[in-house]
Design a protein around this ligand. Sequence first.
Ligand SMILES: NC(=O)c1ccc[n+]([C@@H]2O[C@H](COP(=O)([O-])OP(=O)(O)OC[C@H]3O[C@@H](n4cnc5c(N)ncnc54)[C@H](OP(=O)(O)O)[C@@H]3O)[C@@H](O)[C@H]2O)c1
Length: 327
Amino acid sequence: MKKNIAIVGATGLVGRTFLKVLEERNFPVNKLYLYASKRSAGKELEFLSKKYQVIELTEENIKDDIDIALFSAGASISEVYAPLFNKKGAIVIDNSSNFRMREDIPLVVPEVNPEKISDSMIIANPNCSTITVMPALKYLDDKYKIKRVVYSTYQSVSGAGNEALNDLERNLVGEKSTKFSTQIAFNLIPHIDKFDITGYTKEELKMINETRKILGKENLKVTATCVRVPVRYAHSVSCNVELENEFDLDELIKGLSEKEGVVVLNENKDNMYPMPLFIEGKDETYVGRIRKDESVENGLNLWIVADNIRKGAATNAIQIAEKLLNY
Ligand SMILES: NC(=O)c1ccc[n+]([C@@H]2O[C@H](COP(=O)([O-])OP(=O)(O)OC[C@H]3O[C@@H](n4cnc5c(N)ncnc54)[C@H](OP(=O)(O)O)[C@@H]3O)[C@@H](O)[C@H]2O)c1
């Protein structure tokens, strides 16, 4: 049955990609409501060759016939508006960090923990870097039991939204950044989101905590260093993993390549490994450079890349919405 869909943050990078992915996947959309800030009210966006006017997000403007609302307008908007959409009967799938760690809110990657989709009125989409690694790590945990993970991320500028992409372009013509605190072109910034008192950034803590929640292992040893790199789209993550059980590398690679949502690109001799430039626009997570880490018992190194706007945000949320259709 067709659903009435709302997109909150429709003019943003993720919001516009929601429209594209809904079209591509033939999602059964009946009515479509597009919300953004006052700045964008009245602008027109296209869906299936039809133009839709952007509605200013206010409490009064929330329609009462929305089935599913896809949120991507930041944590403070989700905090205020998700409950208001719920009150009008809409289930919210939220891309912000606002509800992810709440015990009563499912945090879902459909290839990993679809069983967590419940009758909750809010379902959280994990952080884009967490989503990138989850399908592969779930396979490893189910088969060999993960003991410890060390993440080092290489996150594209689009992960920080439209203005961040503009900064990269500005820097390339010699102008200063306005979104980032410093130049991102020809640079790396080992600082994503705010620092907390431990010296970790919130982005790093999101990866750590969300990994534990999604894998259902609250005491799993995980650490992360998150770095912004001057790449437009797709996040890359180097994962160093310690497993409890011994493994045969060829068997492990074969198993990974059969995991839903994972594509193994691991032909070193042909220079076949995942690179962000070529993963842009794809919906799967790509895994390569798979090798034993001989410095620890049952150690493994992996290099994982996914499009942060698609699988890391819009596609994952719409896959959740597809599960809701059959719920
Ligand atoms: N980019 C990613 O890779 C990624 C991945 C996963 C999750 N997310 C999350 O998705 C959200 C949006 O990210 P993005 O990259 O799409 O950002 P973006 O390109 O900067 O877009 C932000 C969107 O939020 C809207 N917005 C901002 N303030 C608003 C307000 N007061 N009322 C209503 N709408 C408002 C903007 O509308 P206007 O155009 O009117 O300003 C725009 O549609 C964030 O929570 C982000 O953490 C992003």
